[in-house]
Design a protein around this ligand. Structure first.
Ligand SMILES: Cc1cc2nc3c(=O)[nH]c(=O)nc-3n(C[C@H](O)[C@H](O)[C@H](O)COP(=O)(O)OP(=O)(O)OC[C@H]3O[C@@H](n4cnc5c(N)ncnc54)[C@H](O)[C@@H]3O)c2cc1C
Ligand SMILES: NC(=O)c1ccc[n+]([C@@H]2O[C@H](COP(=O)([O-])OP(=O)(O)OC[C@H]3O[C@@H](n4cnc5c(N)ncnc54)[C@H](O)[C@@H]3O)[C@@H](O)[C@H]2O)c1
Length: 480
């Protein structure tokens, strides 16, 4: 067996692995980045980017229909599924190519292709024919779709996110299992592109939403576009001649069978640690077999092994994978000098329409942290000036603050421009601003951020800090 000795071995050349590599490389030249699949990252290949490309097509179709509201008619709107999918793939390929370009700039000696497994705490075997002896190891192996067994009865009509982006044309109908982040984004986009969609969930959750008031609003809104049962009772999934027949309980109608071209499983993701022979790594594992690790150093116990990105199943988001790759890379490079790295305020955005955003602590975490001493401020966007002007007046924002300190703690939003409002809120939370300090910031008119101001004023009043918001506020224009 061929043998190599390095200071640091990184398993997985996704976002976390590539960022880790760049950090390690500043500290040692004896590093190897091992990739068992394709270069290009999950984000660019089958994740963030192609999903946003499909959503962009759907947004355009929807915006054209919205034209009627303004007296602007686009005539008959035609959706050419082949061209939609062609653009998704060609733009996706550009993103993937630019990642591959970066990888190819890494010296050959630093790159190895093959599937790595632990033979011992310091030894990896790659594809069974290369042995890598490493002083430190970073696990950055990402995650993959987790498909419950009964969905496999859909046989060749069962698809996951990876498959959708390879479609040459749009199908007529898709049953989406899992109204989580992927299911909502892809399901709504397909629906807006003319595909018949029905969504099935379990347990009642809608995306990452924790605040019941926002959840109920979002659920009602999505149901105006396509049927979404967040706690469905599915009796049977069967591959039939025309596609997949799904039998489910449907309210008063009782057991109902509906047939779809495809079944999309968007039922969560599982970390790629099960194929690593992790039992040979000499680290402590949790009940599910995932390594126990410190989220501030990414170190597994007191070992020389670090775990970053989706592989650690903690915050499966792109910017978190990059941050974790940076921290793990710095620490593996400078080991045994292991330091706490910068973790940022939690921030997540779901690119539905309206968008969903979560910032800082959830309402349940705020309740626990403040021992019940917190207040909520709220704004509806239904009558918010700018939102009405642009015909995007749907949604709610709820902001949470601590009694006494007046600190802003977190927020959830389902509404227009949530991706932007969420950044203002996350930056405020990270700077540990009080609600009063946030209200001292400038707000232009007429903008959606005026809705944020209304929610913050409501919160300050409920914290017994500010006055009650004035009816028809005089320092701001109409419809704030
Ligand atoms: C449909 C979809 C949409 C998404 N949209 C967003 C979004 O809008 N915003 C956002 O923030 N996040 C989004 N995400 C999440 C984001 O894509 C991930 O959090 C991020 O890509 C994880 O990066 P990573 O480096 O941990 O893993 P990856 O990029 O998956 O890298 C892991 C690498 O490890 C390799 N590997 C695995 N096992 C081995 C082994 N044993 N040996 C060698 N190599 C191995 C894999 O082949 C892979 O290349 C989305 C995800 C999906 C699926
Ligand atoms: N915009 C973004 O940032 C973005 C977009 C896509 C994905 N992601 C990341 O990828 C992760 C994975 O996304 P995901 O949507 O696969 O997972 P998820 O955990 O968000 O959602 C999974 C959903 O499937 C449901 N479910 C589980 N078993 C089911 C069953 N048998 N039948 C019906 N429903 C079932 C769950 O209740 C949940 O609602 C997300 O947590 C997120 O971090 C982020």
């Amino acid at each position: 067996m061929e043998k190599r000795t390095v200071d640091v071995a990184i398993i997985g050349a996704g976002t976390a692995g590539m960022v880790a590599y760049q950090r390690v490389r500043k500290l040692t030249d004896k590093v190897v980045l091992i990739e068992g699949g394709h270069y290009g990252t999950t984000c660019a290949r089958v994740g963030c980017m192609p999903s946003k490309l499909l959503i962009a097509a759907a947004d355009n179709a929807h915006q054209m229909q919205l034209g009627e509201l303004f007296g602007v008619s686009a005539g008959d709107i035609r959706i050419d599924g082949k061209r939609v999918m062609e653009r998704v793939r060609s733009e996706r390929d550009r993103f993937v190519a630019s990642v591959i370009d970066s990888v190819e700039k890494f010296p050959d000696a630093h790159r190895m292709e093959g599937h790595a497994r632990f033979a011992s705490p310091n030894r990896l075997v790659v594809d069974g024919n290369v042995e890598v002896e490493a002083g430190r190891i970073i696990i950055a192996t990402g995650s993959r779709p987790n498909v419950p067994g009964f969905l496999k009865d859909a046989k060749d009509r069962l698809v996951v996110n990876d498959d959708i982006f390879e479609w040459q044309d749009l199908p007529d109908s898709v049953a989406v299992f899992g109204p989580g982040v992927i299911g909502l984004e892809l399901g709504q986009a397909l629906s807006r592109l003319g595909v018949r969609v029905r969504m099935f969930g379990v347990g009642g959750s809608v995306g990452p939403i924790q605040d019941e008031t926002i959840r109920n609003y979002a659920l009602k809104t999505f149901n105006e576009e396509f049927p979404l049962d967040p706690d469905s009772d599915v009796k049977k999934v069967e591959r039939v001649e025309e596609g997949v027949a799904i039998t489910f309980e449907s309210g008063n109608a009782g057991a109902t069978t509906e047939t779809f071209d495809y079944l999309l499983a968007a039922t969560g993701r599982r970390p790629n640690v099960d194929g690593l022979d992790i039992q040979n790594a000499g680290i402590e594992l949790d009940k599910k077999g995932g390594p126990l690790f410190d989220p501030h150093t990414l170190r597994c116990g007191q070992s020389h092994i670090f775990i970053a990105g989706d592989a650690n199943n903690s915050l499966p988001l792109l910017h978190e994978a990059a941050d974790e790759g940076r921290i793990a890379g710095d620490n593996a490079g400078s080991y045994p000098d292991v330091r706490t790295g910068l973790r940022r305020t939690p921030l997540a955005v779901v690119f539905t329409d309206p968008q969903i955003a979560t910032v800082g602590l959830t309402i349940h975490q705020v309740d626990e942290r403040c021992r019940g001493c917190f207040a909520v401020g709220e704004v509806s966007f239904e009558d918010q000036g700018r939102s009405r002007v642009i015909g995007k007046n749907r949604g709610l924002l709820r902001v949470y603050g601590e009694h006494g300190s007046g600190l802003f703690m977190g927020a959830e939003m389902f509404g227009p421009a949530a991706e932007h409002i969420a950044h203002l809120l996350a930056w405020s939370a990270q700077r540990r601003l009080t609600v009063t300090e946030m209200l001292e910031m400038p707000f232009y008119h007429p903008v959606i951020e005026e809705g944020l101001r209304t929610a913050l004023k409501d919160l300050n009043r409920n914290l017994s800090i500010g006055p009650a918001p004035e009816e028809g506020c005089t320092d701001c224009g109409p419809g704030v």
